[in-house]
Design a protein around this ligand. Sequence first.
Ligand code: F6R
Length: 608
Amino acid sequence: MCGIIGIAGRADITAPLMEGLARLEYRGYDSAGLAVVGSEDAEPKRRRCVGQVKALAQNLRTQGLSGEVGIAHTRWATHGTPSEENAHPLVSGTIALVHNGIIENFRPLRSELEAAGYRFESNTDSEVIVHLIHHQLVATEDLAEAVRAVVKRLQGQFALAVISSSDPDCIVAVRSGSPLVLGCGDGQNSVASDASALAGLARQAVFLEEGDLATIAADRIAIEDRNAAPVTRSPVPLKSGQEVRLGQYEYHLQREIFAHPDSIRAVLADRLQGDRVSAFDDFAGLLDRVEGISIAACGSSYLAAEVARHWFEELAGLPCQAEIASEYRYRAQVIQPNTLFLTLSQSGETADTLAAFKKAQGQGYLTTLSMCNAPLSSLPRLSDIEFMLNAGPEISVASTKVVSASLVALLLLAMTLARRNGLTSSREAELVGALRALPEQVQQVLQRDADFEQQAVAIASQNHALFIGRRAFYPIALEGALKLKELSYIHAEGHAAGELKHGPLALVDENMPVIALAPADDLISKLESNLQEIKARGGRLYVITDQSLASRLQAELECAVIPLPDTHAVTAPILYLVSVQLLACHVGLHRNTNLDQPRNLAKSVTVE
Ligand code: F6R
């Protein structure tokens, strides 16, 4: 998704701006650009290019650029194709601007500006803002005042950073629906769309609140709230960024899949005490009152919530509703008393999840809890209770190791809530034992890498695939289908195995790979009937199952079988999660896709 970095310094800031842009690359983008001003410049100097930040760096090496104040951007196209004209910064005379978000009323504003004589060079919604600011500067000479006036006319969500060669000492930045964070450094201050871009630039971060406008110069930062009243926002220390090396891997995605055991260890660290879960001890009184759970999340985080729904209902005996955040925000809810509202998000910045959270606030929920992997991001800062997943930076656009960390976190919560509903200490000890054994069992799944690779070769030659599972393994089937789509561009669907005969079975023939998740549980005989129905129609079966069942299923179904280590029934979905991600990764490798940056996708989806 689009990323913003801006720096106001006293010496040339082009190199640190480029480093900031490189730190934003993980979000996914299709073009990049920067604009700088110096005290001698009549207009901002700008460079833009389609594609990678390194292409922009090459351009700067050959053509040079310098300035003391500047803004830069990675763009993920929403309005207008990825092209140099549509790349940010956008310029109008003395003004340059970068924008994250969407301007919903850009069409009437564009007509108005065209009638006033402005010529548009891009197809973006953003260009109206820069021309409006330019136009407004006829009425006032003050850049911050002009930006404030223009913001009042914009509908949608946005984060803006603006520079002007008439006011070459500062950046004016506004947060309205899209996050912005300021970095306080020595002799230089900065602004960025997420705190990770500020690593090495600043010692402290200041998070802007909704409606805030900041004026950032090398030696001072001034913030006004939405009513233009001066405000102080408390700074928080900024940890130096963890450097992420690829090591033996070609892609971050592979490295992150092989980091599942570490991410599970990290989320468990300090959250178990002997045989009991201690993760939520500080909130015991509040959580004792929980009578239901409502979870809002997107994508793989939503699918993790769907798995956890089974734990909340089966272990804790509590009603649980998991919902896609983009649906939650536009739907009428019936909120039962003492319901816990939970958001789950790797990035903590997903626009739909944030909007669902904001809708939930003040609606009578008992409390809000966010499970998140990105420190200092919006959701944990806004929630009553924050639970950090601690899985370490996830660079690849497709989420992997954070999904297993999310599942473990959700299981810890389900176990905590289950105590009130009869979870005995011996059963809790048994489940804690299963959690402690997980990293090693996941490691054993990863050691079967060659088996997954072998099956992936055949799947990679097909254009469609089905994943099936039952109960908590149904959302894992959906996750398998989601990952296969993202990583290999194969059309894939996930289905509840019992639903096949109600429609999807019509798709099954000798060209349809069907990946079945077949744990050794009480539903295995039902699932085997589903598998026989697929076999009878010539479908190509790939069965992922527990070690204890592998040889029998192979003999009976005469199909490819990948055995996983036998594990506890409650934690088994986590092993199956890792297995479908690993399979999708190998299919993607065989199809030679960019595993870290799947086409059209972005990490941290900060637009609706
Ligand atoms: C899928 C994937 C996405 C994210 C979704 C939510 O591989 O990565 O579906 O899970 O965009 O993102 P977060 O968890 O950051 O809210």
